[in-house]
Structure formats: C-alpha cells, structure tokens
Design a protein around this ligand. Sequence first.
Ligand SMILES: Nc1ncnc2c1ncn2[C@@H]1O[C@H](COP(=O)(O)OP(=O)(O)OP(=O)(O)O)[C@@H](O)[C@H]1O
Ligand SMILES: [Mg+2]
Length: 255
Amino acid sequence: MIRVLFNKKGGVGKSSLTVNLAAIAASKGLKTLILDLDTQCNASRYLQQENASKEDSIFELFDQTITFHIRKKPAIEYCQPTQYDNLFIIPGSPNLADIESELDSRHKIYKLREALQKLSKEFDRIFIDTPPALNFYSLSALIGADTVLIPIDCDDFAIQGLLSLHHQIAEITEDHNEDLTIEGIIANQYMTNAKLPGKIIDDLLEQGYPVIPQYIAQSVKMRESHQVQKPLVHYAPKHKLTQSVVAVFDAIEAQ
Ligand SMILES: Nc1ncnc2c1ncn2[C@@H]1O[C@H](COP(=O)(O)OP(=O)(O)OP(=O)(O)O)[C@@H](O)[C@H]1O
Ligand SMILES: [Mg+2]
C-alpha cells in the first residue's frame, strides 16, 4: 500500500503526518518505508537522517536514470534503517532541484513508479512526503501511489486550494494512474474553539470530500517532537495529539 501525502499549500502538515503515520504503522509491526521527495528534507530531519550522502539519498535513485552508472543500484539499497523497528527511509536531498528539469525533459516521470512497484513487494506500507508544489517529484509520486492523503490546515483558503488540487488529481488519474484515489482529507491544526474550522469541514463534507472524521488539534507537542527529532508515538505516546494521529491511522487502515 503506497500513500502519498500531498497539498500544494505549504505548512499544512505533510511532513509531520508522513513521519507520524509511518512511525505508527511501524510501531504496529508493519514494515514501513518513508520516501522524502522534498528538497527541504523535513521528514528526513525529523528522523535524524538529514545528513545522508547524495549516494544514499533519493537524489541518486533519480540521477542514475539520467547519468550513466556502471551498476544501477536497486531501489531497495537506498532504504536506510532508522532507530525504530520496522521503520525505514529513503532520505531526501537538497540536490534534487539540480536535476529536476533534465528528468522532466528526458521523460523520466514513470521511473519512481517502477521503483515503487518493486519496493511495495518489500514493505507493507509506504508513505511519501512531497514538496508544496505540483512539480516533477510530486507528480511522479502521484503517478506511483495507490492513494493520496491531503492534509489541510482548516483556514480560509483551504477550500479554494482543495478545489484546484482536486481538479489536478482528477487529471493525473485520467492521464497516468487510473487506480489513484483520494483516500482522505486530514484536518490538521484543528482548533475546536474557533468557528471557522468547523464550518470549513462542514462545507467540505457537503461537497462530498472524504474528510477523515478524526481531527488533529493544534498542539505545541508537534513542534516539540520535531525539535527532539522523535515521532510522536515515541516522544509522547499517551498525549492527546498522538492519540488523534493514531485514530487517523486506524481510520484509513479500516477503509
Ligand atoms: N497539529 C499541529 N499542531 C501544531 N503544530 C503543527 C501541527 N502540525 C504541523 N505543525 C507545525 O507546522 C509546521 C509545518 O508542518 P509541516 O512541516 O509538517 O508541514 P508541511 O506541509 O510539510 O510543510 P511544507 O509545505 O513546507 O513541506 C511545522 O513547524 C510543524 O511543527
Ligand atoms: Mg514538508
């Protein structure tokens, strides 16, 4: 099962949720892989994997499709163990930006899907973190994934952004990946006391969007867990925030 977390809007929780959902999956005994496709490398940093060499990162996995390598490294050899049982990562790389236009012009858009098909035989769950833009890398991920999870931050522009995103995902489904489904909209940084988030979710539900019924509150624990570079399920397993992310995981798994 390959899930991509995507939203063109920045700062909505893509990296936070990629890492935390994956860490929860791994803690439940599922062999889990994270792919970090964002040049910011926030998911990698969260798991203390921000200093991977180019050769060990997602950079080379793509680069070897456009540069001659005597031995092409199979995708599985890029998967690094983390300090947690069952949790692996292909670390991100700031250098991805340098090869994006060449990958694009040489039509390498299906290469990640090929790699993912092989990796999905080795891992029970794969979670992909993406940059806040529909670029070569996020498009590659959407083409290679089974489902997309869309985190939103419940603010005023969330609905507008979602409409345009929905349109683009529908086009990708039609042109490249007919099996891709929108598995769920994840309401993140939800403030129970404010009126707007509730109204936004009601509007989305009314329009037929599959909003996951468990909402994730805004909590300083999330920032703390980034700071100490430990996923919530290990940093604060009993905290309400952690429990809400576990509830989201259970909800998507039950579908
Ligand atoms: N539920 C939450 N409560 C409090 N802070 C949160 C929550 N979720 C995310 N954050 C914080 O918001 C910021 C953005 O989160 P994150 O990096 O996961 O978003 P993103 O969508 O990956 O951003 P980008 O588009 O830049 O990649 C981070 O500082 C993170 O700690
Ligand atoms: Mg991010």
